[in-house]
Design a protein around this ligand. Structure first.
Ligand code: SAH
Length: 354
């Protein structure tokens, strides 16, 4: 078995190369190829001697080199690309690259599958499979960096908003973000990282204790208790008012504004009463609300409200001095709701746009 090196701290790579009888500075060179140039093939690391490259390839592997791209979908506007990746154990995950006016951001998955069973979400259709490793999370960013680096560009933002619940894979998710922050890797600012949770309070408290200025997003989706429990069973274990308190505590500890995600589901949570209730909770909070017209999941029978209804909801929030936006449609034509491509693949169906 070859040793996997992607995501290792430099010191550990130095130790591994020393075991192979190589000089210490070689590790920094390999590090530079991997994380500053996005080159994963030892044979292309041309400032190493041929015999050294062969020695490395004989005993070490680099994860992104081993991961397969099963599907790649590009939106018609050219701004969003979605990859369905095949991990080394055969599991599949989705990763999305978005091109905004401020640069590139990647939406990464934290688990293969999900166990939260939110009613509107496709990620859990086949249940949770396993936590992703630190390397698998970092690799999702580097898949795109490998293409962007040669063009003088790079991924500048990461949102942990793909499949899975990041707080249930805390060490690997935050380990990956800390790895991406290193000056000798992606040198990414914590302020450009966001972690989205369905409201796992102990995880939110742990995140506050880390003391890093990472943004927190909370998936709210309903404020009436019985409706939130119907849509998000996790509300039984961690009910909404307590989640709000934990999020407020995070905002206070980190100085970062919390974003609340609210999926708009026609006839479910999009009434004027819902909007007013939401506004009451959000008023005077260091927070903003992101309204997300649902990406319909046929299996679940959820539909998107009419634009007029969305507008009315937004205006009620604004009238009550709540900062709110409607999520910009990106990649709608490539089925960008996380989990949908994977679910379609698992059923051996073609995604709608192919
Ligand atoms: N488990 C975390 C992160 C993954 S979900 C969380 O719950 O926040 C990322 C976001 O996508 C969540 O806000 C989730 O509710 C939303 N989402 C899931 N299914 C969706 C759908 N069909 N349409 C729009 N957004 C969806």
């Amino acid at each position: 078995m070859k040793q996997e090196i992607f995501g290792l701290p430099l010191e550990e790579l130095q130790a591994l190369l020393a075991e192979l009888g190589m000089k210490r500075f070689r590790a920094a060179q390999v590090y530079d190829w991997l994380y500053r140039k996005g080159v994963f093939d030892f044979d292309a690391m041309t400032n190493l001697g041929k015999s050294e490259r062969e020695r490395l390839a004989a005993s070490l592997t680099v994860l992104p080199w081993e991961i397969g791209v099963l599907r790649r979908l590009d939106s018609s506007d050219g701004l969003t690309s979605k990859l369905l990746l095949r991990l080394t154990d055969g599991n599949t995950i989705e990763t999305v690259l978005m091109h905004h006016d401020y640069g590139y951001s990647v939406c990464v998955s934290s688990q293969a599958g999900c166990d939260m069973h939110c009613a509107f979400c496709a990620s859990g259709l086949n249940g949770a499979v396993r936590n992703l490793t630190l390397a698998e999370i970092v690799a999702q960013v580097y898949f795109f960096n490998a293409v962007l680096f040669p063009r003088g560009e790079r991924v500048s933002r990461v949102v942990v908003m793909g499949s899975g619940e990041p707080m249930l894979n805390f060490d690997n998710v935050f380990g990956a973000l800390q790895f991406l922050h290193r000056p000798d890797t992606a040198n990414m600012s914590y302020r450009n990282m966001t972690v989205s949770t369905c409201g796992i309070i102990p995880g939110m408290e742990r995140m506050a204790r880390l003391g890093l200025p990472i943004s927190l997003a909370v998936s709210l989706h309903a404020v009436r208790p019985e409706l939130r429990t119907e849509l998000m069973p996790v509300n039984k274990a961690y009910p909404f008012p307590a989640v709000l308190q934990a999020a407020e505590a995070y905002a206070a500890a980190s100085g970062r504004q919390v974003t609340y995600e609210y999926i708009l589901l026609a006839g479910k949570n999009d009434s004027e009463t819902d909007a007013r209730l939401l506004a009451e909770y959000m008023r005077y909070k260091h927070a903003s609300v992101n309204l997300i017209p649902v990406n319909p999941v046929p299996e679940k029978g959820f539909f998107r409200p009419a634009p007029r209804q969305i507008d009315r909801f937004l205006r009620i929030l604004e009238r009550n001095h709540v900062t709110a936006t409607v999520r910009k449609e990106m990649g709608q034509d490539i089925n960008a709701a996380c989990g949908q491509l994977r679910a379609a693949y698992a059923k051996q169906e073609e995604p709608t746009c192919l």
